[in-house]
Design a protein around this ligand. Structure first.
Ligand code: FE2
Length: 182
């Protein structure tokens, strides 16, 4: 049984830097070599840059990639719950919805993604559950990044549903110089 996770797009020569549909088309052209292997993905922040994330999703799904967005799927008895996630910081330094409306909106976005993840996890009935995220749910895997950007690399709001429902493994992207495990 093999799985390939895209969305963080580990094949660096073939990624959607600006979320353009033509980038997605270039990317999926390389997926033919994975024929028969289930491919699950979550979008990343780059996929939103051009405001065409829906089109990018449509292209990926047309080529057999299952794009998870608060979605639960089961593949060969393994459950997967995926969502992009969002930023906001970690632990007792977590950004709170207080003050300016735009700041409350920022926190609301993170909370909404955590609810989506919770909803996906709640649907899984498998004993093995894997979570796919773009943003980090814990600070440990982003330590090593410049401290100034750590709150923008993820949020522990995503950790709450993972702890509540339990996960066998969690994978995330977004960080470039963090730690492999946390
Ligand atoms: Fe990212």
């Amino acid at each position: 049984m093999s799985f390939c996770c895209v969305g963080t797009l580990p094949i660096t020569a073939n990624r959607t830097d600006y979320g353009k549909p033509e980038e997605a088309l270039q990317y999926v052209a390389h997926l033919a070599v994975l024929k028969g292997i289930p491919i699950l993905a979550v979008l990343g922040n780059h996929d939103y840059e051009c405001g065409q994330a829906d089109r990018v999703t449509e292209i990926l799904e047309r080529y057999g990639v299952r794009v998870l967005d608060g979605t639960a799927v089961e593949v060969h008895g393994v459950g997967f719950a995926g969502v992009k996630g969002f930023a906001g910081g970690f632990g007792d330094r977590l950004l709170q919805p207080w003050g300016e409306p735009v700041l409350k909106q920022f926190v609301h976005e993170a909370a909404e993604k955590a609810i989506k993840l919770e909803s996906a996890l709640a649907k899984l009935t498998t004993s093995t559950r894997v979570v796919l995220l773009h943003y980090a749910p814990i600070v440990d895997t982003v330590l090593g990044e410049a401290p100034e950007i750590i709150p923008f690399l993820g949020t522990s709001r995503l950790e709450e549903p993972i702890n509540r429902y339990g996960a066998t493994a969690v994978f995330h992207g977004h960080a470039h110089h963090g730690a492999v495990e946390g």
